[in-house]
Design a protein around this ligand. Structure first.
Ligand code: ZN
Ligand code: ZN
Length: 396
């Protein structure tokens, strides 16, 4: 109860900073004002702040009473290229940009946790690293943050992060051990044929037609090569060719994404795709250029740490409000941290009747939910870094 009271004392500041951040959304690797707002906020708390990591990343380290393990609490910072249509008094003032994925809320929750945990530092041992990373929506800020050393000095033992989740009811937590989100890559294929007159196909290599065959054949990777018990996706999301009705296009470009939880399949995608693209193009006399980019690994939660998060979430919202979410084929670059330490990425429900989904121009949530997120972070810290408990989570 004391903790809830302590958090309640910061209610206005948490909501105010969320609104300040919501007003100035900046897309991936352009989070200049956002980064400054976050860093200034932490500096006002007299916490040490490192700015400019992986362009706009911010890290702040809270050293507790005695030495011990290090817990990372992570937020993303970037917005989306969406024009906001919420009519909120604190709606985006940046044309064509919007916090439609709740990252403004994520930042406010971690800043709220920083305020509260600073007050509680004498009850804790070890360190808490507050990490704010750019570009979660792609191309990905976690990897360059790690390369810049955020998981070291002191070495991170536990990593947690939370995503606001409209698919769960308001105030509920979604906690799941094991596979939560998929590995996510993207690719571009350029097909090079030979353009010419629409009436003389025999003198051309029709890149549009070859492209259609490639798209068809790519669908066979999942339907014929993958185990039906092992979820996988190949999506071609764009296909551009041609300019007018009576010209056979000499070039076609298609782009797509792959998803899987299975690391073996993940590493096999480029070869599998290329084999098919090459086969189709060879048989039709076309050339191709494949640009395959590996994105985020699968997001896999540690068993023991998920149990800690689940227990803490139950204390916040009650056992009946802690659910096990279905895994999603969406991707998250939190995965990079979870590959390097024990960790858990969890969801906080903000779903109401008729609430807009993530990445929607009308997305909004009840800010009171942010206090639940703050409380969850604080309880996780109290549990993992408690002076009384020597080693709450065993490495396995
Ligand atoms: Zn998003
Ligand atoms: Zn997001």
């Amino acid at each position: 109860m004391e903790l809830k009271k302590c958090i309640d004392g910061y209610r206005e500041q948490i909501i105010r900073v969320r609104r300040d951040l919501h007003r100035i959304p900046e897309p991936a690797f352009k989070e200049k004002m956002t980064s400054k707002t976050v860093a200034d906020f932490l500096e006002n708390l007299d916490l040490p702040v490192e700015r400019g990591i992986a362009k706009y990343g911010v890290v702040s380290l809270l050293k507790c009473k005695t030495p011990g393990k290090t817990l990372m609490i992570r937020s993303d910072m970037d917005a989306l290229n969406i024009t906001e249509e919420t009519d909120l008094p604190f709606a985006s003032i940046h044309k064509g940009a919007m916090h439609a994925c709740g990252h403004d809320g994520h930042m406010a929750m971690v800043l709220g946790a920083a305020m509260v945990l600073k007050d509680l530092r004498n009850m804790l041992k070890g360190n808490i690293k507050f990490v704010f990373q750019p570009a979660e929506e792609g191309p990905g800020g976690a990897k360059p943050m790690i390369e810049a050393g955020v998981m070291e000095n002191p070495k991170v033992d536990y990593a947690v992060g939370c995503h606001l989740w409209p698919a769960l009811p308001e105030g509920a937590f979604g906690v799941k051990a094991g596979n939560l989100m998929a590995a996510m890559d993207h690719f571009e294929v350029k097909i090079i044929g030979k353009g010419g007159h629409g009436a003389m196909p025999h003198l051309c290599v029709d890149a549009l037609e070859v492209g259609s065959q490639v798209i068809n054949a790519l669908q066979r990777v999942v339907s014929r090569q993958m185990s039906p018990l092992n979820p996988a996706v190949v999506t071609v999301g764009s296909f551009h060719a041609g300019t007018t009705y009576n010209v056979i296009p000499g070039e076609a470009v298609l782009t797509g994404t792959t998803r899987t939880f299975d690391r073996k399949v993940w590493h096999s995608w480029p070869e599998r795709l290329e084999k098919i693209i090459k086969g189709v193009c060879d048989s039709m006399g076309a050339q191709y250029l494949l640009n395959y980019t590996q994105g985020y690994p699968p997001t896999v939660n540690d068993e023991a740490l998920s149990a800690v998060v689940r227990n803490c979430a139950m204390k916040v919202s009650g056992p009946e409000m802690v659910l096990e979410p279905e895994p999603t084929m969406g991707g998250e670059d939190m995965a990079f941290y979870l590959d390097r330490s024990q960790g858990c990425f969890f969801f906080l429900g903000v779903g109401r009747q008729n609430s807009a989904p993530l990445h929607n121009s009308k997305f909004d949530f009840d800010e009171q939910m942010l206090l639940k997120g703050v409380e969850a972070y604080c309880r996780i810290a109290l549990e993992l870094l408690n002076c009384q408990i020597s080693n709450p989570v065993k490495k396995h």
